[in-house]
Design a protein around this ligand. Structure first.
Ligand code: FO1
Length: 335
């Protein structure tokens, strides 16, 4: 049975450590929720030691352009140009082009800003010239000055389809156009059986000192990454170094409709409910102090439980959680 470890938040003095830890961290990430923790890690460690494997199930083609929301959210956040109030798109964005597209009768439910459109045009041009999504992601993050590696989970399109009471919907149609109102019956990742992990993904899992599962929706942000053949198996092999941060606190999502989706698909919308989805590949499950009453039940699943504040509204909270994760030991290594 795994031991339970309740780790205190590091003292404020530790936030001013002279040198940043040189641990190799690989993170699995969705978009907005993940980016808060990623920014904390980026600023609290040597960012060139951070590799991020990003969900691309949210990707969509609109107006003939290849849009990769989660890749862009992570890149814009770490590049310091994201609209922090929305968590996506550029800060100070304008929407003139979208208004003109609507004049031509084009759909305008997905808010593509003028600056953001340049990213999608660049990515689409690279893909039409025969480059891969990985190469496009790398080109964008280098141009935007991001020092960490950002890898799509796969170079093949794997769109997330929500089978709902209104029929099948692309994930963005479900989330943005229909505001997560349809009832979710099932979730599919179209074409995932024949998708391969993008170059560098399996190596990043293998070579990491620590793997962090960001506090993203387990079903539609982390779920698609885990569904790519070989990725879940690779994580299972390195289970001891996998630290998953729970995206549900006090029975509510930190961001987005995770709680509602979990409940509609028959999972408990609680820390324990998420832990059950992650048991086979997670060594340490990180929960907020408000969920500490669930720690014994989570330990009984065979995971170590770490308790630390996981709500990240301020920069300080992002830094503290990042520092606490960086200072945790793997269950097998001495504390
Ligand atoms: N989210 C919304 O709620 N409404 C939008 O109109 C919207 C546009 C958008 C454009 C570019 C982009 O990169 C992200 C955008 N998002 C929008 C966020 C996105 O739908 C989701 O938050 C992620 O896919 C889930 O991680």
């Amino acid at each position: 049975m795994a031991s339970r470890v309740a780790l205190p938040t590091p003292p404020a003095s530790e936030l001013f450590m002279p040198s940043k830890p040189k641990l190799k961290i690989t993170a699995l990430a969705g978009g907005v929720g993940a980016s808060k923790l990623l920014l904390g890690l980026y600023e609290m460690m040597d960012p060139s030691f951070l590799t991020i494997i990003v969900n691309t199930g949210d990707d969509i083609v609109l107006h003939g352009l290849n849009i990769s929301p989660d890749l862009d959210i992570v890149t814009y956040t770490l590049g310091g140009i994201v609209d922090a109030s929305k968590g996506w798109g550029f800060r100070g964005e304008t929407f003139h082009a979208l208004k003109r597209l609507a004049v031509y009768g084009r759909p305008n439910w997905f808010n593509l800003g003028d600056r953001d459109l340049a990213t999608h045009i660049h990515r689409s041009a690279l893909l039409s010239e025969g480059k891969t999504l990985s190469q496009a992601a790398d080109s964008i993050r280098i141009a935007l000055g991001v020092k960490s590696r950002i890898l799509p989970m796969s170079d093949s399109p794997v769109p997330t389809v929500i089978d709902s009471n209104e029929g099948p919907l692309h994930f963005q149609e479900y989330l943005v156009k229909r505001r997560a109102e349809p009832v979710v019956k099932a979730i599919r990742f179209a074409g995932v059986e024949s998708a391969a992990p993008a170059p560098g993904v399996l190596e990043a899992i293998r070579e990491a000192d620590r793997i962090v599962i960001c506090p993203s929706n387990p079903l539609i942000s982390i779920g698609p990454i885990l569904a790519v053949p070989q990725i879940r198996d690779e994580l299972r092999t390195y289970k001891e170094k996998v630290f998953a941060v729970c995206p549900i606190v006090g029975g509510k999502s930190l961001k987005g409709p995770s709680d509602k989706m979990l409940a509609q698909l028959g999972h408990a919308p609680t820390a324990l409910g998420v832990a059950k989805l992650y048991t086979d590949f997670t060594g340490t499950f990180v929960i907020d102090p408000s969920d500490k009453s669930q720690s014994a039940a989570i330990s009984a699943l065979g995971m170590t439980v770490a308790i630390m504040p996981t709500v990240m509204k301020t920069c300080d909270q992002k830094h503290k959680l990042a520092r606490a994760l960086l200072s945790l030991s793997s269950p097998s290594s001495p504390l």
